[in-house]
Design a protein around this ligand. Structure first.
Ligand SMILES: Cc1ncc(COP(=O)(O)O)c(C=O)c1O
Length: 398
């Protein structure tokens, strides 16, 4: 009897997965999980065709930089493929510590902790510091990693309107001053490309005694002096408690970081489950990120080229009458408003040799269904000409 019941429950879950409408639709239209046969810079080979990649976050284009590749190769030979364990268990490697010291110095922080994914770093930046009884104030459009961190923390949560300090202030006023509060925002919003109104948000955090966490996955490398990020862009370094982000965008690697004061990073290392019970970032990935960080400081041409490309690309989209959601950064959405239009537009671009990514509700707010694109310093003038032709073609297909 008990066994029959167990089997029935198991079957219910199995059937739920097999019958899932969203999965069936995604399998039918195949917008995701394409397997590229090869890649060289901003070009990939897909089904035998050369395609311009316009969906990656390789903003500075360092993923094929010779110094970055060489650093990864050398670390692979020196340290092997993996540390095969979590750092509290079988130790850090010199390359982890070096990367952390370099990142902390670059960001003007006392300490930094790197992990195997930006997702883990951003999740732990909230989950480790907030707890039951606290209140978290989070922007409505915050990344999924931070949302998971909020859930894990067991703190209460209020979501304020996207990038709206006035709404944040309204919520803050309803919470007693003595209640511990954590405010969390992104430096550059990954879908929208909006830059956070950080000076006003930091002021509210200061006035209300709130702990301020910034996910700068898309601001790092793109904004501020030499790409120091959103905090540097606005010169509010003393007002943000924790900066977290990803190594998989401008740093052309894989992994994540959390930077802050020495005491906060020590606390994170002993309290964050994601940090304690997850294997270390591989030495070769740490070495690639460290090399990319050096290149960011010694070769300003990549950041210059990126912004030149952003201006040219954005002007072209606007010239075609496309809605870019007022993006101010290299992450540029093309808002089309329905999943049908998004699919048609995305497919037309692919037909013309340009790879982008669809983002539809609930991943974006209703009515904001979009094709997300991101410009890289690696895109040549010729690439951007081809992208312009493809966009004009896709507009006609709408
Ligand atoms: C805002 C934001 N935070 C965190 C992450 C997670 O970073 P990673 O891809 O390195 O895990 C992402 C990745 O897309 C992101 O966009």
């Amino acid at each position: 009897m008990a066994l029959t019941l167990l089997n029935r429950n198991k079957k219910a879950i199995f059937e739920r997965c097999c019958d899932d409408y969203a999965t069936k639709m995604l399998l039918k239209y195949k917008p995701f999980y394409h397997a590229m046969d090869a890649q060289q810079g901003a070009h990939v080979r897909l089904n035998g065709r050369d395609i311009i990649m316009l969906a990656s976050n390789d903003y500075l284009g360092l993923s094929f930089h010779p110094k970055v590749i060489e650093a990864g190769r050398a670390a692979l030979l020196q340290w092997g493929t993996s540390t095969t364990g979590a750092r509290p268990s079988n130790g850090s490697r010199a390359c982890h510590v070096e990367l952390e010291q370099k990142l902390a110095a670059f960001l003007g922080r006392e300490a930094c902790h790197v992990s195997v994914a930006g997702y883990i770093s951003c999740m732990s930046s909230v989950a480790a510091f907030a707890q039951k009884g606290d209140v978290i104030l989070a922007d409505k459009n915050i990344h999924s990693s931070v949302l998971d961190g909020i859930r894990l923390s067991m703190a209460a949560v209020e979501r304020f309107s996207h990038n709206n300090p006035e709404d944040l202030r309204h919520f803050v006023k309803t919470i007693p001053y003595t209640t511990p509060k954590l405010i969390v925002v992104e430096g550059v919003y990954s879908m929208e490309g909006h830059i956070a109104r950080l000076p006003e948000i930091a002021e509210i955090a200061e006035e209300s005694g709130s702990f301020l966490v910034l996910d700068d996955a898309h601001g790092f490398g793109v904004l501020g002096r030499q790409g120091r990020g959103t905090v540097d862009h606005f010169r509010v370094n003393d007002k943000v408690d924790i900066i977290c982000g990803s190594l998989s965008k401008s740093l052309a690697s894989t992994g994540g970081f959390v930077a802050g004061s020495r005491s906060l990073i020590d606390y994170l290392r002993f309290h964050s489950k994601q940090t304690i019970f997850s294997a270390a970032i591989s030495p070769s990935q740490a070495a690639c990120a460290a090399a990319a960080l050096e290149v960011m400081q010694s070769e300003p041409q990549h950041l210059d080229r990126l912004w030149r490309n952003v201006r040219r690309y954005r002007d072209m989209l606007k010239g075609l009458g496309l809605d870019t959601w007022e993006s101010d950064t290299p992450a540029i959405p093309i808002v089309l408003g329905s999943k049908e239009l998004v699919y048609r537009f995305w497919q037309a671009l692919l037909e013309k040799g340009v790879f982008t990514v669809m983002s539809i509700a609930p991943a974006v707010p209703p009515g904001k269904d979009l094709v997300r694109t991101a410009v890289s310093a690696l895109h040549s003038d010729e690439d951007l000409d081809k992208v312009a032709e493809a966009m004009a073609y896709a507009v006609k297909k709408l």
